[in-house]
Design a binder for this molecule. Sequence first.
Ligand SMILES: Nc1ncnc2c1ncn2[C@@H]1O[C@H](COP(=O)(O)OP(=O)(O)OP(=O)(O)O)[C@@H](O)[C@H]1O
Length: 322
Amino acid sequence: MGSDALIELDGVEKVFGVRRRVGLMRREKRQVKAVDGISFEVARGEVVGYIGPNGAGKSTTIKMLTGILTPSGGRLRVAGIDPARERMRLAHRIGVVFGQRTTLWWDLPLKDSYGLMRRLYRIPEARFKANLERCVDRLDLAELLDVPVRQLSLGQRMRGDIAAALLHDPDVLYLDEPTIGLDVVSKAKVRAFLRQLNAELGTTVLLTTHDLQDIEQLCERVMVIDHGRLMYDGALAGLHAMGEGGGERTLVVDLERELPEISVAGARVVKVDGPRQWLAFPAGASAAPLVAEVAARYPLLDLSVREPDIEDVIARMYAGRG
Ligand SMILES: Nc1ncnc2c1ncn2[C@@H]1O[C@H](COP(=O)(O)OP(=O)(O)OP(=O)(O)O)[C@@H](O)[C@H]1O
């Protein structure tokens, strides 16, 4: 394996035994192969997207990379460490952010959570201060430090969680859905911060997300996993090409009242729900002429453009192969 690889997986597998009730009395034991022989390497300083449909095996992979789960087979190293065997030693080298839950103490002000982290990781005072100052400045946390975590908005909490994951200077940062549920402004802040972190400190980032813009704005390399297997590993551009040109974007139109399907050149109505209609158009085309036409011809309250999501791109990738 390459010597400057920070993350190395060779034929990694994870099998879960699940008991299922069959009829009234019997239980059947079944095995689920969540990860089915995955091999890849991530070099120091790379920012890699790890994407795939629900249940593909992404979280299971990340859990093995943190040492929470032990692989059923294959070989796995992070910073030269076998995660499941030396979980505590690895903890000093990695940072983890799960978008759906916080690692912060719910009832404590943010700064007290950070103080506990300092003791937990035995971070030297000077280093802790420098890292905290940097995160507070770059993630706009100054006004939030005295606020208990439970009072923070989702976007504020996420920024707080990202800072917490970085106080001990990890070499690798795993991000599991870091922008899920965030508004546009918070998403932009998080992405800008991660770009800067990678550029300035060379932190290696492995990111799972359902938001294609996270990938477009952060990752030069993307891996697609499905049914526990690696289906694609390469540049995002190549993934788009396999997905037949990147698919379609959607114009979401809110009309003043319910109307029959509207008709606009270059787009087609794919869904109607009361006064709201969804129009699909090629991802490569400009939305401007469509917006102008809709606004000129129909009683309009609001509209927005939705990017294709990862599920769409992957679905087309498979369709393109078939
Ligand atoms: N502890 C477990 N016990 C049994 N089966 C599990 C366990 N954890 C995950 N699985 C199964 O393994 C498969 C992969 O799950 P995983 O959570 O890794 O997918 P994912 O790609 O992260 O999906 P999502 O995008 O929905 O989070 C799924 O079929 C899931 O039901």
